[in-house]
Design a protein around this ligand. Structure first.
Ligand SMILES: Cc1cc2nc3c(=O)[nH]c(=O)nc-3n(C[C@H](O)[C@H](O)[C@H](O)COP(=O)(O)OP(=O)(O)OC[C@H]3O[C@@H](n4cnc5c(N)ncnc54)[C@H](O)[C@@H]3O)c2cc1C
Length: 300
């Protein structure tokens, strides 16, 4: 029996497992996919020249000190986000805008004004303290911006924000959740900024990391893109302790231990279990005892 089993090998699950390991506990991580990293996924380009980041790609050395510390520990190279040239926004197969980086896309003057109004509204909201009201939690982000008077193109732009920030459509998350996320991350503009004040400041490069601690020894390991942080953590945990391609279907919580059952028939037992998957995935789980109804409804 393990001291701790962690479900989900995204950044948060791997960090939870590593913290437990550092505390001297025996740990196992169970992951549904055939790779670690979750929403961080660096995929080799067909040309063989580098990687495409299909998930998280940027880091800020002062706003994200933990990820930054790992980047340094694993010897990862970063490049600064370019702040000039063209930006491209593709809304659908047929709708594509190009505009000088750092400016508002080529919208009509009224659309531009509308976008600036919505942007400034979120910035002002995200600098307030406390939790957004329950009322704001009862409407989707999309409904919220439309009620503020967002024009169709601007509502699409807001959808783009929620897609890139959370991997969700603006119809799928509540306005309160979006605002709360901005409040917890130093404001909307800081999240969207591409310079040293914001979330899109530094990008990982691929490269060879020669000297870092891996299974208590120095190793030569080829690391690539943002996913190499997850791979580095996995190496520190010991890859044998990470069970890939094992989607969990049930957790049974007894007084003395937890039993975790996967869809491919594996059973793990641990004194404690940490569930580190997006809450929208909870509906895929059979929790025994069941989550309290209010918690289940709120999370899903
Ligand atoms: C497109 C995109 C771009 C982003 N860009 C950035 C960025 O540039 N910088 C930044 O800091 N952040 C960025 N983010 C946010 C960042 O990627 C996430 O906050 C972070 O990766 C979330 O990590 P997590 O461990 O909480 O969740 P996840 O990464 O979602 O990990 C959860 C893990 O649980 C696994 N899982 C799910 N169900 C089961 C099951 N039943 N059994 C076992 N395992 C299961 C999943 O496969 C997954 O591996 C971006 C997100 C997206 C979607």
């Amino acid at each position: 029996m393990f001291d701790v089993v962690v479900i989900g090998a995204g950044f948060s699950g791997l960090q939870a497992a590593y913290t437990a390991k550092q505390a001297g506990l025996s740990v196992s991580v169970i992951e549904a996919r055939d790779r670690v990293g979750g929403k961080i996924w660096s995929v080799p380009l067909a040309s063989g020249r580098g990687f495409a980041e299909l998930g998280g790609a940027w880091v800020n050395d002062s706003l994200q000190p933990r990820v930054w510390a790992y980047a340094q520990k694993f010897g990862l190279e970063v490049v600064k986000q370019r702040l000039e040239g063209k930006a491209v926004m593709q809304e659908s197969e047929n709708e594509r805008f190009e505009f000088p980086f750092g400016t508002t896309p080529e919208f009509t003057p009224s659309e531009k004004k509308n976008l600036e109004f919505i942007r400034d509204h979120f910035q002002a909201e995200s600098l307030k303290k406390g939790l957004p009201s329950a009322e704001v939690d009862n409407v989707s982000l999309d409904q919220y911006v439309r009620s503020l008077g967002a024009l169709p193109k601007i509502a699409k732009m807001v959808n783009l924000w929620s897609q890139v920030m959370h991997g969700l459509e603006s119809t799928e998350e509540s306005a309160a959740w979006f605002i709360d996320y901005c409040r917890r991350n130093k404001g909307f503009l800081a999240i969207r900024a591409d310079d040293s004040t914001g979330g899109q400041y530094l990008r990982f490069q691929d490269g060879l990391c020669t000297q870092y601690e891996c299974h208590e020894r120095k190793a030569n390991v080829y690391l690539k893109g943002a996913q190499s942080i997850a791979q580095g953590l996995s190496n520190l945990l010991g890859n044998d302790n990470i069970h890939l391609s094992c989607p969990v279907k049930a957790t049974d919580n007894y007084d003395s231990h937890v039993t975790i059952t996967t869809r491919n028939g594996k059973i793990f037992q641990a004194k404690k279990c940490i569930v580190s998957v997006p809450s929208t995935m909870y509906k895929e789980f059979n929790f025994t005892p069941a989550l309290p109804v209010y918690q289940y409804d709120e999370l899903i």
